[in-house]
Design a protein around this ligand. Sequence first.
Ligand code: 9D3
Length: 248
Amino acid sequence: MKFDVVTIFPRMVESLLEEGILARAVKSGVIDVVAHDLRDFTTDRHRVVDDVAFGGGPGMVLKPEPIFRALEHVREARGTPEAVILPSPQGRRFSHADARRLSELSHVVVVCGRYEGIDERVRDALATDEISVGDYVLSGGELPALVILDAVARQIPGVVGDQDSVAQDSFAGGLLDYPHYTRPAEFRGMRVPDVLLSGHHAEIARWRRREALRRTLERRPDLLESAALDAEARAWLDELRKAERSTR
Ligand code: 9D3
């Protein structure tokens, strides 16, 4: 899969590719990532990428010309992409479903905004997806681009070594993870739950499902609306909700 990232901070993007799972995926050739410096597509001596907003107001706006030229370069050098993503606070919220959908594509471009925003004509003429990564204010689209890149790349077969853990992430998707423990069985007076040491695999699996449900109810009850729950899970949920009410 090819990724192109257009940014005024190409080294920020390259830093993600130097270590970890994505670095390995790049080295093995499963993903091919190029960061393009937006200033390389300016034509003036000072390599200016922004300008004041028509109509006034605070903050600068990214000019359309360098971005259009960057996309033309990507088309010529790398082929026509199947998606052009604009990370933006005005976008739809990025989800695991988006990561899976985008991982089916063979070429994706991400155009990172900075300053107050991007000229609307970039959105209208070039963007296929406008994506926010959450309701908090960041300084630009680079970190969101890296979030999207990481989440999408993980869904490509061969990027994550243990394909089971990827399958589990999406399968368990809908519920939060259960608690994890490793050795020692007692650490500074804190014991690992007995069931995990019992060797009863069916009991362990039930305990984990129940703990995942408990945590989800406590921390992310919104997820329960769309989670696929079997009869046992629904019964536990009723029980957990009753227990919760009796402690209030
Ligand atoms: C005053 C209006 N602000 C918009 C909510 C201005 C503004 C804030 C932050 C304009 C640009 C930015 C830079 N942020 C992003 O480009 C961005 C972002 C984010 O800030 N939060 C979550 N997801 C994203 S995706 C891109």
